[in-house]
Design a protein around this ligand. Structure first.
Ligand code: SF4
Length: 308
């Protein structure tokens, strides 16, 4: 849950999750819709899907107990080398590194590594260097120490707090005054921008919904009808008419933006009414949507415009 998400945001989700799904078996058995509903608003929905897949494997292959070795943990969906190292070292005492981006930054500064820490060969090299430093006992504490150093002292944006740093005397970046230069991270690629027209289509206070495919961004979540590209009101009415839907009262409400790691959606949001509830859509009241239909949070700004 904490991947790419702030702790304060996660806490209420964590409690709700543990209340509804207190065991691995309960997680393995939950219906996908209910799982998405519990996760709604946290984003990166494949994390939820992966947790369920991992729970199924743990129940079927490991008798309901999480495997203890990093190499087995890494085979579970959603668990990468960092998470596997963190679980294995902190929970089970295995002598393995737990290195995420923050730890790579700290170690690159300490060792004076000039290679790009976003590249896998450099990460492998740094992980190897950490592995050589690991103590035989309390490896989890050591790993957590590095993680905390990255979070609190050897911070990413702006100058690290070298004056308070316990490893200052062994730090190459400090010695050579390279804290602003290291670590080397190449710029992120720019995001692809997609333009969309979103229609809050209503009929007798019911709202049209569509479920997204299971192999796309925000898989299986629900959304309002979308026409690709920005349309004017008449173009939108025409596009809907081609699908057999006659609309009235069409008007532009607002513009919204949703930002993902690799793309941005720029959305023009329209309101429209129709007489008939065409079967291409699922028609639900606002209350039903809030209770049972996980709508992608990209559309959160549309909520206040839906009829009660
Ligand atoms: S001395 Fe400064 S740059 Fe080096 S590890 Fe500590 S905080 Fe980071």
């Amino acid at each position: 849950m904490l991947q790419q998400t702030r702790v304060e945001t996660v806490i209420p989700y964590y409690h709700a999750f543990m209340e509804k799904l207190p065991t691995i078996e309960a997680l393995a058995a939950i219906e996908d819709q209910k799982l998405l509903k519990l996760w709604q608003g946290l984003g990166y929905y494949n994390r939820a899907a992966n947790m369920k897949k991992a729970a199924l494997i743990i129940v079927e292959e490991y008798n309901g107990r999480l495997p203890e070795k990093a190499e087995l943990l890494m085979k579970l969906p959603g668990i990468g080398i960092y998470t596997a190292g963190a679980i294995a070292s902190i929970a089970f005492g295995e002598k393995v590194p737990a290195a995420d981006g923050n730890v790579f930054r700290v170690v690159a500064r300490i060792t004076g590594e000039e290679g790009n820490i976003l590249k896998s060969n450099i990460q492998k090299k740094l992980r190897h260097q950490i592995a050589n430093l690991l103590p035989d006992e309390k490896t989890g504490d050591f790993n957590q120490g590095l993680i905390e150093l990255g979070a609190l002292i050897c911070i990413g944006n702006g100058m690290p707090r070298c004056g308070e740093c316990p490893v200052r005397d062994d730090c190459m970046a400090y010695e050579k005054n390279l804290q602003k230069v290291l670590p080397n991270r190449s710029k992120n690629k720019s995001r692809k921008i997609e333009y969309k027209s979103v229609v809050l289509l209503t009929s007798k206070k019911k709202i049209a919904l569509v479920q997204r495919q299971n192999d796309v961004l925000l898989a299986n979540l629900w959304e309002y009808p979308v026409i690709e590209n920005f349309c004017e009101e008449n173009e939108l009415a025409e596009a809907l008419q081609k699908q057999g839907i006659n609309v009235t009262g069409i008007r532009e409400l607002t513009k919204e933006k949703a930002v993902f790691s690799h793309k941005e959606w720029h959305m023009k949001v329209y309101y429209a009414e129709t007489e008939t509830m065409d079967e291409v859509f699922t028609w639900k009241s606002k209350e039903e949507i809030s209770k049972y239909y996980p709508v992608a949070s990209a559309y959160a700004g549309c909520w206040k415009y839906l009829p009660e």
